[in-house]
Design a protein around this ligand. Sequence first.
Ligand code: BTN
Length: 325
Amino acid sequence: MKKELNINILNIVNILTDGQYHDGNSIGEKLNMSRTAVWKIIKRLKSYDIPIDSIKGKGYALLEPLILLELNKIKKKLIHDKVDIHLFENIDSTNNFLKNFKNNPAIKICIAEKQSNGKGRLSREWYSPFGKNIYLSCLYPFQKDISELAGLSLITSLAIIKTLKDSGIKHHLFVKWPNDIIYENKKISGSLIEIQAESNGMSYAVIGVGINVNMQNVGHNSITQPWTSMSKIFDKYVDRNEVVARLINHLINYLHQFNAKGFSLFMDEWMSADCLTNQIISVKNVYGEMTGKVQGINEQGHLMLQLENGAMKTFSSGDTSIIKR
Ligand code: BTN
């Protein structure tokens, strides 16, 4: 089930964003809604675990900062025109939504406040609570065969790093092949790419990006690896609209360049962001697990591993963990 972001939710959160108490009547008058309709929206926000205090005679107050995503704010900052953006309040997965538009000739973006079935790599769940983080997918039509898209995951990681750096995280950011974005050994972002090849030589890629922005705590077992978020790093609340706009701008730039010139253009940038080269690591994929020393990546963006017996092995996919530093 998917729900477009309701304008009343946005308007009510915009009133409550000052952290003060506002009573149902005055909110209703400002927005031309009944007190009951206001109360229903408050109930909906509470159902998404947004902490709101209600005091009889005083009204409602947000107990934590909250700025929702807003298309107007995002579009104002975009450098690419003709980008079609869909914004949802709640959706199973932004990647799944864009898969409905295969054969679409234009770039499409889907963002959501919450995903009920957010997908991570290797069939893992991507924890996607309402209003906290960025869940964004981009549908990009390539005039390329699927075999030429091996570096896509890597250039997506580079576009995320650029976005985070431009947002103020200047140091300690690395990419762990192929797609984990790591800050001081904790994951801050990841991407999931799903490609559909067509018989006419076109390939449609859905590039899904999750960035931890304002997440401070998670329930037990919701995330199984060490993680961090932008607000933890800055120790302050972050307006996601700014970060989303930056991400769309950088992602589309990187995708255009990759489409035109391939992966080799990005080799130097990859090498300066990579944290695996010369490390002893293990790579897990569907065929099992192997250990060796990383020798970098090849021209296609595949990981090159020197095994303990000296043989060289390349990997096009897998999950990597550093064993020794
Ligand atoms: C990973 O590191 O395992 C990949 C995480 C990818 C999460 C994003 S959130 C937006 C998009 N929609 C999804 O269902 N997954 C990706």
